[in-house]
Design a protein around this ligand. Structure first.
Ligand code: MN
Length: 396
């Protein structure tokens, strides 16, 4: 999984090209206006997936140098030519043609266009969807033969910029079904926003013990604007809820992800408590989240188990949940994401549904968390979580 920033970008993206001459979004950055003889102009053009220019001619021809992505060049009445990084197209004078991106890939080329007394380009009719689609169906790029919705491509691109999946090659049918579901259909129900959604998914992958998916999603979370501190706090918070045995590998993994992006460790200090204050501060926070129930748990505890109640206050809440870097509303939401992914913590799930409501995460928020985790934890755990919600917070 590519978590590194895109290194293919050579020139700035430039201004949005006129909708009069393009279908979809293209950005044009002029590199050379003209030489001193008024002869040629050079520009960088970035087409988003599905974007192409109108049919057009160049009175004195044009050269295309393809630098990124997959696209097409087609002359009127001829089959389209597939283009990818490194391809060069020499377009003869006055030949009607179009160029643009494949439907599931962005596409970047440099254009070198000769200027004449009649200008550099004569624009004609748009390339119709029928014309464009017939080219798509006749050609399959080796790497991108999977048919994904525009929304799925856009959502995937948002968190995995310029990623080329090897699974598209080996498992095109599964990727088509999964990506269209997880990156389009499910996200239509997201009320959390990309950042919070990814934080919940990251927390869930730790509880699910899915190390490879965790690394992928930790990178995606950083791409979406989750801060290194927030990411690290999710891993730390997993320690009291899942246990260090299950968090150990993920701690190393998150350190690798952060260090691969040049982030120095350790991160800034987030702890607010010490040996003298952890019990008192933890208990205070516990009562804020769970109310009188905590008092009752302490007073009704058998004496030989009272130390566990004290651990919960001083260690779980005092040491971990009082930390800065994530507010308590976010922390309760992440605890919920972890607990429902464990699959064997129903009474804790119910207690934390109440806790979530008390810190401002209502039924709609919790249903959204479950919906967004569904592709990653599957139906049985999601349905169990929904059953807990229906019990504690019935639909009105
Ligand atoms: Mn052209």
């Amino acid at each position: 999984m590519n978590t590194m920033p895109n290194t293919n970008v050579i020139f700035p993206k430039g201004e949005k090209a006129s909708a009069d001459y393009f279908t979809g979004t293209a950005r044009v950055h002029i590199l050379v206006q003209q030489d001193e003889t008024g002869n040629y102009a050079v520009g960088n053009v970035v087409f988003e997936p599905g974007c192409r220019n109108n049919w057009h001619t160049h009175p004195a021809g044009q050269i295309l140098l393809v630098t990124d992505g997959n696209g097409f060049y087609q002359e009127k009445g001829k089959p389209a030519r597939m283009l990818t990084k490194g391809d060069v197209v020499v377009i003869p004078s006055s030949v009607e043609h179009w160029h643009g991106a494949a439907h599931d890939s962005s596409f970047t080329h440099i254009v070198i266009t000769n200027n004449t007394s009649q200008g550099a380009v004569t624009w004609l009719a748009p390339v119709s969807d029928a014309e464009y689609n017939s080219v798509q169906s006749a050609h399959h790029f080796e790497e991108d033969s999977v048919s994904l919705t525009e929304t799925a491509i856009r959502n995937h691109e948002e968190i995995f910029p310029n990623h080329k999946s090897t699974l598209k090659k080996t498992d095109p049918e599964l990727i088509k079904v999964f990506d269209n579901f997880a990156f389009d259909e499910v996200i239509r129900y997201d009320t959390l926003g990309t950042k919070t959604r990814l934080m919940a998914i990251v927390a869930s992958t730790i509880a699910s013990q899915a190390l490879t998916e965790f690394k992928v999603m930790a990178g995606a979370a950083l791409n979406a604007g989750v801060t290194p501190v927030e990411l690290k706090e999710i891993v730390y918070q997993a320690v009291p809820y899942i246990g260090i045995a299950k968090v150990f590998d993920f701690l190393h993994a998150v350190n690798d992800v952060l260090q691969s992006r040049g982030i120095q460790l350790p991160l800034e200090k987030q702890s607010l408590t010490n040996a003298d204050t952890r019990y008192e501060q933890g208990l205070k926070l516990q009562k804020e989240i769970f109310g009188d129930m905590i008092e009752k748990l302490h007073s009704e505890s058998p004496e030989d188990l009272l130390h566990i109640q004290k651990f919960l206050s001083s260690n779980c809440f005092g040491d971990y949940l009082t930390r800065t870097g994530l507010d308590i509303q976010k922390r309760e939401l992440l605890t919920f994401a972890m607990l429902i992914s464990l699959g064997s913590a129903e009474s804790q799930v119910k207690a934390h549904i109440r806790g979530n409501v008390n810190v401002g995460n209502d039924r709609a928020v919790l249903v959204s968390v479950i919906t967004q985790l569904l592709p990653y934890i599957g139906y049985p755990l999601s349905l169990n979580a929904l059953q807990c919600i229906n019990e504690i917070l019935p639909h009105e």
